[in-house]
Write a protein that binds this ligand. Sequence first.
Ligand code: PLP
Length: 450
Amino acid sequence: TLDLDTSTDGVLTADTHLIQSFADLHALKQDGARTVIVGADGTMVRDSEGNDLIDGIGGLWCVNVGHRRKEIIDAITDQLNQLDFYSTFYNFTHPTAAALSEKIASLAPGRLNKVHFGNSGSVANDSAVRMLHHYNNRLGRPNKKKVLSRIGAYHGSTHLAIAMTTPAYSKGWDSADDLVHHLRSPHYWRNGEGMSEEEFLDALIEDLRSSIETIGAENICAFIAEPIMGAGGIIVAPEGYHARMAAVCADNEIKYISDEVVTAFGRLGHYFASKDVFDVTPDIITTAKGLTSGYQPMSATIISDEIHEVISEPGEKFLHGMTYSGHPAASAAALANIALLESEQIPERVRTTGKIFENALRGLSDMEIVGEVRGSHFMMGIEFVKDKATKKEFEEHEAIGLKVAQACQARGLIARPLGNILILSPTLILSEEQIHQIAEILRESIADVA
Ligand code: PLP
């Protein structure tokens, strides 16, 4: 049992004024069934009915160091006592944001040394593209503005970020997609029918090359990619994909934006996965979530010296920023979070525990309705199929992911359903015992529903 005072007296359990995100508003209106989380500690959360649940999704892929870490809470409080708020607009700055930018630059790969802060992953990605547009204006290339993204990508839900996201996420909504071209999904298991993995990779590279040829390199500013696609269903591209894509981009003066909103700060066993896992040094890395472990909303757009050099030459000002860019409390949270990652060697430990987690989940592959278990370390997905041999999908109305997630929750585990897929992205501090407990709950819950 969690050592928490979570008396729910006075807590609304069916909030009718709050618009929940990515929710079925009609269904919520009909039955009002919500999971109300009232407290959290370490790897666990408590709901309003007093159930203690393993947080299998780390809040929302973000609570990397675990819940209720005193070091971070104290750092935020101390910062607020010293300086509650000042902006980083114009010539104003403050020591905590400056110190954080220095720390991030020291952790980011080679030439990525300049950091602009935002409040969310969506904003970090918008910022990256805005900066590249300005960069190309500076270089006298006003047409070099389009972005290459991918089917299956998730880059956020502001107007630009949702346009770069896979179209499935804006069904019934509009998106400014005239700026974006979606390349093929790199999901071999689903899309590589009749090809070896090498042939599939060649086809993906060819798709990039022919898209560049059709659109014209002079019209494309960037290629944006998550090292492993997250909210698109945990898609790991074939080995060597990122390095080959990056090489083609570099040949065409197309900047490589690595969206490390999920993959940074330990989830895959490293501070940044681009270089250490996928052997790519991007021109821009965007990150959020694990940067503060979710204790404060914050994102970072980390750009190369070369891009910074161009946009800081004499000319137009840097007309971009949010009031809360580099917020003192968020900066303090991030610094304390990184200090914990370092002192407890969490990324290093994830290389072992994350592999144990990955292997424990891969063990579910023998189950009848499990089509593919995929991902890496603490970023995993399980895709359910109606027929294992043909990979036939469950219909949307069968809501298989949701049913498994509900069965998991009844057994004490929060997992995230996404159509026919179940996503696990827990805190990075799970014990081995908890890892096996999760695998056991998953096996029982899948068997329940199958
Ligand atoms: N990029 C990736 C890879 C994400 O997974 C997310 C959110 O899940 C975002 C961007 C958007 O971040 P935010 O929700 O903080 O705007």
